[in-house]
Design a protein around this ligand. Structure first.
Ligand code: FAD
Ligand code: NAP
Ligand code: SF4
Length: 679
C-alpha cells in the first residue's frame, strides 16, 4: 500500500525509510541540539535520560549535540569531543538508552573552525568571524590532513560506542562550510581557489569517514543549502557539493540554512513555518540519497505536507522535540491537538546555551532536567485552588492534576491564557496560540475543574488545602504631565483593540512589550510570518538559486504607522532583549523606520504632540497617540484579603503575582510546574 492510500494519520511521516543496510521506523529525524550536557562526563546520565525520552517518544533517528573531533574543533574550551579512546566509554550509556526504545542514534561531528570560542581555533584562512573575538590560525596542508584524520577516527570511535552513524556538520558556517565558501576560504592551493578545490575538504572527510566505518554505517552530511551571507556559495556550487558528498559515501543529506553570523532570521518564531523547505525540494531531484527538510517544522501537518509534496524524504525536528518528546507518538496516534508545540521563542534553549546554561524549553521546563524534575503520582491527593489561568496558573494546575491532586482553576476572564492572549496578537508571535490550544487539551486530559468568568475571592477559596495565586500583573501607569489625556493608552488597550492608535505614535517604554507593540503598530493586514513569500521578500531570501548564498536585497513593506519607541535609560533600546532574537526585533523595526531612542525625558503631552528632552534638547514629537509600555506591578491584593478572611491554607505566589520584574512566560511556567511537582 502506498503511504497516500493509508487511512492512518500522516502516512508519509510514519512510513519507514529503508536505507539498504538498516531501516528507520519513520521520517522524524531529531535534529542536533547542543544541550550543555555533552561537555562533562558526569552529565552523561542526564543526557542519556534526555535522549531516552525522545526515543521513547517515537523519533526515528536522533542526532546528538555536536562533538568536536579534536581540541582545535572545540566550540568552547573543554567542550564535548571524541578524540581519545577513553572518551568513548561514556557514550555507550547514550546509545544503549536510545536503542532500548527502538530509535537510531547518530553522533554529530562538529568542528567549529573560526566559530570556536578559544584561542586554539583554526580555519582555511586567517579571517576573524564577526561574532567571535578570537582570530583563527590558518591551516597548512599538514594541519588539514590532521583535521580530516580526526573526523575519520572520531567516527570510528562513534561506531565502537554503538552509534548507528554520524552526522558530519558541513553547514551553519562551521569549519567545513568555511572551506566551501569563498567568504572564508581565500586560499589558492589544493584546498581553495575554485569551487572544486574549496569543497575538497568536505568530500575528503566524507570519503575517509566512510572508509573508517564501513558501508553499513549511517553518514548524514549536513550541507549548507543557503549560506545567507555575502560571498556564500552559488546554487550550482551547492549542487556540485551535494553530488560529490553523495559519491563520497553520504547516506543522507541534511539541509543547513544560514550561517550563525547571517543577518537573516532562520529559526525565530517570526520565520514562517517550513519557510525553507522549498530549497530542500530544489535539491532533491539532483541526488539519489534521501534529503532532510529543516527549520520551523513544528506540527505534524506541516511535516506531512513537506513529505507528501515530495520536497524531502525526512523532516528534522529539533526544538519541537525539546518542547514535547512525545510529538511523534501523539501524531501517530492522531492526537496532534495534544502536542506541546515549540513556539520558536529560543528563550530557554538557544538563549540558555549562549550564557552557558543547560538548554531547556519555555513550554516544557523538564527538557534537559528529566532526572530531577519529575511529575510523580502523589500518594497524598489534596484539594488545590489555582487562581489565574495565565501561563503560571495553567502549568501549575495541569502538573498538579496530572500527579493526582484535585485541582480547581479560577479565571476572571472568559478564556484561559492571561497575557499570552495579547502576545499572540503580535505579528510574528502567532505560534503562541498553540500553547493555549495545548493547555486546553491538557486541562481536559488531566481533569482540572476550570471556572472561567470567576473572580476568585475569599468566599470561592474557602476549604482548599493549598491556594496558588497566579493572578499575574497590573500594567504600570506612566506619570508624565498629561498622562490622563484620552490620547494616552495602555498596551493592553491597544493590543485588545479597545483603543485604535492614530497614524503617528510614541511608545513610552522599550522593553519586550514596547518592541512588540511597535511591531503590532507598524504592520497592517496579514502578518508576513503567515506568508512565506512576503516574508522572504522582506528579508531578502532567494530560494530560486539566483543570488549567491541565497541572499537577495531585502524589500521591506512600508510601515503602517510612524512610530517612535522611547526609553528613559541611556543607550540602545532593546539591549536587554533575548540574546538570539533581540537583533531580529531591532532589525524589523529598523526596516519599518521606527525611531528607537534612549535617554529620553518625558516632559508631557501637549495639544500638538508629545514634548520630550533628548540629549539636552527639547523636541515636540507630533504624535496622535502615546502608548504606555512601562512595565508592570504584581497583582496580589488577594493574598491580604485571604489573611483577613482567616483562611489558613498555605498560599503560594507564582508568575507575575510573585514578582513582576523580569517576568516572562519561561519563569511563569517553570515556577508553576516546579511548585506543582512538589505538592
Ligand atoms: P498572566 O498571564 O498575567 O495571567 C494572570 C491571569 O490571572 C489573568 O488571566 C487574569 O485574568 C487572572 N486573574 C487575576 N486575578 C484573578 C482573580 N482574582 N480571579 C481569577 N482570575 C484572576 N513572555 C515571554 O516569555 N516571551 C514573550 O515573547 C512574551 N511576549 C509577550 C508579549 C506581550 C504583548 C505581552 C503582553 C506579554 C508577553 N510575554 C512574553 C509575557 C508573558 O505573557 C507573561 O510573562 C506571562 O503571561 C505571565 O504569566 P502569569 O501567569 O504570571 O500572568
Ligand atoms: P520591561 O522589560 O521591564 O520594560 C519596561 C520599560 O518601561 C522599560 O523600557 C523601562 O525603561 C520603562 N519604564 C519603567 N518604568 C517607567 C515609568 N514609570 N515611566 C516610563 N517608563 C518606564 O517590561 P515589559 O516591556 O512590560 O515586559 C514585561 C516582561 O515581558 C519582560 O520581563 C519581558 O521579559 C517579557 N517579554 C518578553 C518578550 C520577548 O520577546 N522575550 C516580549 C515581550 C515581553 P526606562 O526606565 O529606561 O524607560
Ligand atoms: Fe521551542 Fe521556545 Fe522551547 Fe526553545 S524554548 S524549544 S524555541 S518553545
Amino acid at each position: 500500500m502506498t503511504p497516500a492510500a493509508s487511512t492512518k494519520p500522516y502516512p508519509h511521516l510514519f512510513a519507514p525509510l529503508d536505507l539498504g543496510f538498516t531501516t528507520l521506523r519513520n521520517r522524524v529525524l531529531m535534529g542536533s541540539m547542543h544541550t550543555g550536557l555533552e561537555d562533562r562526563r558526569r552529565d552523561f546520565p542526564k543526557l542519556a535520560a534526555y535522549l531516552a525520552e525522545r526515543a521513547a517518544g517515537g523519533a526515528g533517528l536522533i542526532v546528538t549535540g555536536g562533538f568536536a573531533p579534536n581540541v582545535e574543533g572545540w566550540l568552547k574550551p573543554f567542550g564535548g569531543k571524541l578524540s581519545w579512546p577513553w572518551e568513548t566509554g561514556p557514550h555507550r550509556q547514550l546509545t544503549r538508552a536510545v536503542h532500548e526504545h527502538g530509535a537510531k542514534l547518530c553522533l554529530q561531528l562538529l568542528h567549529a573552525g573560526r566559530y570556536g570560542y578559544h584561542p586554539l581555533q583554526v580555519a582555511p584562512s586567517k579571517l576573524k568571524a564577526p561574532i567571535n573575538p578570537f582570530t583563527p590560525r590558518e591551516l597548512g596542508a599538514r594541519g588539514i590532513e590532521r583535521q580530516i584524520r580526526a573526523f575519520a577516527s572520531a567516527a570510528a570511535r562513534a561506531r565502537d560506542a554503538g552509534y548507528d552513524g554520524v552526522e558530519v556538520m558541513g553547514s551553519e558556517g562551521y569549519l567545513i562550510n568555511q572551506f566551501t565558501a569563498p567568504r572564508t576560504n581565500r586560499r589558492d592551493d589544493a584546498w581553495g581557489g575554485d569551487a572544486r578545490r574549496r569543497m575538497r575538504f568536505a568530500v575528503e572527510i566524507v570519503r575517509r569517514v566512510r572508509e573508517a566505518c564501513g558501508p553499513d554505517f549511517i553518514l548524514v552530511y549536513r550541507l549548507s543549502l543557503l549560506d545567507l551571507v555575502e560571498d556564500g556559495n552559488t546554487w550550482d556550487e551547492v549542487l556540485e557539493q551535494a553530488r560529490a558528498v553523495e559519491a563520497a559515501g553520504a547516506t543522507i543529506i541534511n539541509s543547513g540554512i544560514g550561517w550563525h553570523e547571517a543577518r537573516v532570521p532562520t529559526i525565530a518564531t517570526s520565520v514562517p513555518r517550513a519557510a525553507f523547505a522549498g530549497i530542500t525540494g530544489r535539491l532533491r531531484p539532483h541526488v539519489s540519497v534521501p534529503v532532510v527538510a529543516v527549520n520551523r517544522i513544528n506540527m505534524p501537518e506541516v511535516a506531512e505536507e513537506i513529505l507528501a509534496s515530495g520536497q524531502a524524504d525526512l523532516v528534522s525536528l529539533a526544538r519541537p522535540l525539546l518542547a514535547d518528546p512525545e510529538w511523534p507518538n501523539k501524531a501517530r496516534a492522531g492526537r496532534a491537538g495534544a502536542i506541546n508545540t515549540c513556539i520558536a521563542c529560543n528563550q530557554a534553549c538557544l538563549d540558555h546555551i549562549f550564557v552557558g546554561k543547560v538548554a531547556s524549553c519555555l513550554v516544557n521546563p523538564r527538557a534537559g532536567h528529566e532526572t530531577e524534575l519529575r511529575y510523580e503520582p502523589t500518594a497524598n491527593p489534596r484539594r488545590i485552588a489555582v487562581v489565574g489561568a495565565g501561563p503560571a496558573g495553567l502549568a501549575c494546575a495541569t502538573v498538579a492534576a496530572q500527579r493526582g491532586h484535585h485541582v480547581t482553576l479560577f479565571e476572571a476572564s472568559d478564556r484561559i491564557g492571561g497575557q499570552f492572549n495579547l502576545a499572540s496578537r503580535i505579528p510574528g508571535k502567532e505560534e503562541f496560540t498553540e500553547t493555549l490550544r495545548y493547555f486546553r487539551h491538557r486541562l481536559e486530559d488531566t481533569g482540572v475543574e476550570v471556572r472561567l468568568g470567576t473572580v476568585a475571592g475569599p468566599a470561592e477559596l474557602a476549604g482548599y488545602d493549598e491556594i496558588v495565586l497566579a493572578t499575574g500583573i497590573v500594567p504600570r501607569k506612566a506619570d508624565f504631565p498629561g498622562a490622563d489625556d484620552p490620547r494616552v493608552a495602555g498596551y493592553m488597550d491597544i493590543l485588545s483593540g479597545r483603543v485604535q492608535a492614530g497614524p503617528r505614535v510614541a511608545i513610552v517604554g522599550a522593553g519586550g512589550i514596547g518592541f512588540d507593540v511597535a511591531e503590532f503598530l507598524v504592520h497592517e493586514g496579514q502578518s508576513p510570518s503567515l506568508d512565506p513569500v512576503r516574508w522572504r521578500a522582506e528579508w531578502g531570501v532567494d530560494l530560486d538559486g539566483n543570488a549567491r548564498g541565497g541572499l537577495a536585497t531585502p524589500a521591506p513593506e512600508a510601515p503602517a504607522r510612524q512610530v517612535w519607541l522611547l526609553q528613559r535609560s541611556p543607550g540602545r533600546p532593546g539591549a536587554r532583549l533575548g540574546k538570539t532574537t533581540g537583533w531580529i526585533h531591532r532589525a524589523t523595526l529598523r526596516h519599518k523606520k521606527v525611531r528607537m531612542i534612549g535617554g529620553v525625558e518625558y516632559l508631557g503631552l501637549e495639544a500638538d504632540g508629545f514634548r520630550v528632552r533628548i540629549d539636552n534638547a527639547e523636541q515636540l514629537l507630533e504624535v496622535d497617540t502615546v502608548v504606555v509600555c512601562a512595565g508592570q506591578e504584581p497583582r496580589r491584593e488577594l493574598q491580604a484579603r485571604l489573611e483577613e478572611a482567616g483562611i489558613t491554607a498555605p498560599v503560594h505566589l507564582i508568575g507575575g503575582a510573585y514578582l513582576a520584574a523580569e517576568l516572562d512566560a519561561k519563569r511563569a511556567i517553570d515556577q508553576g510546574s516546579r511548585l506543582a511537582a512538589g505538592f
